[in-house]
Each structure stands twice: as structure tokens, then as C-alpha cells.
Write a protein that binds this ligand. Sequence first.
Ligand SMILES: Nc1ncnc2c1ncn2[C@@H]1O[C@H](COP(=O)(O)OP(=O)(O)OP(=O)(O)O)[C@@H](O)[C@H]1O
Ligand SMILES: [Mg+2]
Length: 239
Amino acid sequence: MQTLLKVENLYKSFGDIEVLHNINFEINKGDIVVIIGPSGSGKSTFLRCLNFLEKPTNGKILLNEKEMKDNLELHKKIGMVFQSFNLFSNLTVLENITLAPIKTKQLSEKEAQNEAMKLLRMIGLEDKKDVYPDNLSGGQKQRVAIIRSLIMNPEIMLFDEPTSALDPEMIEEVLTLMKEVAQKGMTMVIVTHELDFANDIANKVVFMDEGKIVETGTPTEIFKNPKTERLKEFLSKIK
Ligand SMILES: Nc1ncnc2c1ncn2[C@@H]1O[C@H](COP(=O)(O)OP(=O)(O)OP(=O)(O)O)[C@@H](O)[C@H]1O
Ligand SMILES: [Mg+2]
């Protein structure tokens, strides 16, 4: 199996407070990694370090064996979907989706529009292309945010609690789209509290606590046979 992303001795501090302590981690091409852990354990900070939204204090991140530096190239290769959608409210759905590929010259305006319409059709929202995000439901916003990331053809997609801001009836449509994206072979790292979904989709689960990776394993190992007391306690609290 080909290592796509490798994290070596990653540390992150905010001022005097160290929130990530010596994270070591590997992702293979096609992996679906789910990260779980209590609030404040550093899950978001870790994801944000992976695409340099936060600059690691120490350590190395290698993509295809090449050490990554914060640059535009990197942001094209690693997409991110946030809990709060982060769509531009002054741009239409179509403009939101085509902004990055046009700005980075990855696609011409025409190509970007064609590709965006293809993706909108895939999620059944082609009739919303000229609508502003405020006129979409939460589930629709999040699905648009996912295809906005997909259009850049990233090597890895990161998801930070993509369904936790949604009303319950909209969670399923977002999870379904994420499963479709996974089935197409996308490499994904997902922070979520949806354990059934995690069990379904992940081939690797990472449990973080207090800025460290405490356990890594298959869904069965992590959910059915947790080794550490900390993981057992965490699972008993959220089940
Ligand atoms: N920009 C920042 N400045 C200072 N401290 C921060 C910053 N971002 C995060 N932290 C701190 O880092 C720690 C880890 O936060 P992080 O958001 O990564 O946790 P999390 O596991 O994602 O939690 P949650 O499940 O609540 O989203 C917390 O103690 C948080 O207060
Ligand atoms: Mg978080």
C-alpha cells in the first residue's frame, strides 16, 4: 500500500499551551480515517495542521514522501469541509463552487462552470445554481461545500464534524454524499461523532485524547475491543 500522507513528530502550541504532543500517523491512498475523541482533545487542530490552516510548531508532514510547506499547491491538494459550511454568502452557489478553480487557474471559467454543473447534478441541486447560500437548507449548504472542495480534485479531503451543525433530518443526506465520495476512491480524514457512520465508512479509526493519539485500529478494534481505559470511558459516554 502506498503511503500518501505521513505525519512525523508533530507538535502544536498556542502560546505556552501545547495542544498536540508528538503525533505520528500515516494515511494510505484510499484510506477513510475517522478521528474520534473528547472535546478539546485536539482533533480540529490536528486536521488544520494537515493543510497548514495552522502552522505546526514542530514536526514534519510529508505528502507522497515530499515534505510539505504552506503554499497554494498544498491547499489545492488537500480539501477541507467545515462544520459551519464556510460558503461565501455574497456569492451564488455556482460562484462559490467555481471561485477556487478559476482563481488558481486550475480550470478556465467555462470548464469550471461545466464541472460545477456536473457536480450540482450529482447532488440534485442544479436548480439552485443561482441561489445565495442563505436560501439553502443546512444539508444543502454542506453538500455544496463538499462539491466545492471536490471540484479542485484534491488528493485528500478533510472533514471537521461535517454534520454536527445540522438538524437531524439533514444529517443523512450529507453522510450519503460522503459515502459516495468515498466509494469513488477519495482519501478522507473525518472528525465525527456519528459512530454508526464511522463504523460503516472507516477502514481506520484514531482515538485522540489530550493532544495525543491514544489508540489506532480498525473500526472493530476501536469500537468493539477498545484497549485503553480512556477509550472505554469515552465510548461509554457517547453511546
Ligand atoms: N487558535 C487557538 N488559540 C488558542 N488555543 C486554541 C486555539 N485553537 C484551539 N485551541 C485550544 O486547543 C485545544 C484543542 O482544541 P481543538 O479545537 O483542536 O479540539 P477538538 O478536539 O477539535 O474539540 P471539539 O470536539 O470541541 O471540536 C483546546 O484546548 C483549545 O482551547
Ligand atoms: Mg473540533
